[in-house]
Every structure is written in structure tokens, then in C-alpha cells.
Design a protein around this ligand. Sequence first.
Ligand code: URA
Length: 236
Amino acid sequence: MRIDKLIANCTPATRREIKLCIKKRQVSVNSKVVSDPGFHVDENKDEIIFCGEKIKYSRYTYLMLNKPEGYISATYDKHYPVVVDLVPKEFAHARLFPVGRLDIDTHGLLLLTNDGDLAHKLLSPKSHVPKTYYVKSAKPVGKSETNSFEKGITLEEDFTTQPAIHKIISDDGYESLLTIYEGKFHQVKRMFEALGNEVVYLKRISMGSLTLDKLLAEGECRPLTGEELQKLKNEI
Ligand code: URA
């Protein structure tokens, strides 16, 4: 790969800044100064120093975001802020996109990546990746709702949800956890509506083995650990 491309992929520096650094003799490969921005490097083997920093090459980036309300799960929107606006500058060069969608008023776990293959597999209905949501509902839920969720709910003439897992987690019945295995539009809200109830607060807390980091404040993100990524890859 060209050294200027590699640096552009791994750092927030612009092509112009990279060119300038090369001109100023601030870029080296295996301890030798490089003067040609088109110099070819082996990204897996060569030690590349850019302005005093060792370049850490990784083909893809994976961030866990704690999505706040008010953001659209997209890379661009005419009217509303989008989740990629929350990506720190150091990852801006990576051109990340959200893996699937959370509604504008839904909170919680959203994976951002530039790995199209992983995103595709995670979203594929064939993968049956479980997604768990914390739900506050307008009316309390009880055993009969749990039974209905676990049996499957008909949302459209030709679509019944796969058996979900439902657990009531507050004594008053207003708070519960629902694990679903598909990702239909507004699915959780529609499942509650189908039972004459309404979701008033929705937060995704896990997707497959990936669980929202409790230390992440709303609007914050962090890279997945190697272990988190490996586990996720193993289950699709
Ligand atoms: N189900 C919903 O209704 N909304 C979401 O954002 C996610 C799942």
C-alpha cells in the first residue's frame, strides 16, 4: 500500500498534511526516512513512524456507541444530527457507519464500523443475532404479556416475530427486558402496541455477545476490545 494512503487510513491527518510531513523528513519506514508519498510499504510488517508516532495499522475500526436520544442512525441527514457526528475526531478518517438502526428516540448500544462484511452478517436475518432491550412501558406488563412475547406476535399479515425472551424486572411491572431475534422496523414498539401497551423509553443493552459498557456515558463511544470483537465474529 502507498505510505500516504496508509497514514491517511490510520490517522486524522489530511493528504496535504501528510505530504508536508514527508517533505519535512518526518516520516520513516524501518528507520529510513521516506521522501516519496507513493512509497510502497507492507502494512503488516513495516514499522512506520509518522511525526514521531508509530502507526498502528488495522484494516477496520469498530466502536461501541451509547446512543443518546435525538440522533438518527445514519451517516447523513438533512434535518437531524446523525450518530457519526458523535465519533471522536481521531476516528473521522475511518468513514464509519452504524450497524443497523435504532430509532431517533431509542438509546443505547450501537456498533459503528467500516467493516461491511461483519455488518452484513450481523444484520442478516439468517444470523438470528439476539438483541436485548430495556423497556419502560406505559402500562404494567405481566405473565400474559410474557407468554405472548414468548409465543411470537403477529405484526403483519405475513410476519410473526420469532419467540422472544421477556423478563419483568420491576415489582410494579413497568420495566422489562425483551430479547428479539429479528430487527424489523420499530419492532419492539410494535410488539408492545400489539398487546395494547406503549413503549415510553427504549434502550438497547446488548447485541449478541456485545453488551453496552456501563462506563460509557450517553453520546460516548470506545473501540471494541479484541476479545469483544472475536466473540462477536465467532457467533455469526
Ligand atoms: N425496536 C424499536 O421499536 N425501536 C428501536 O429503535 C429498536 C427496536
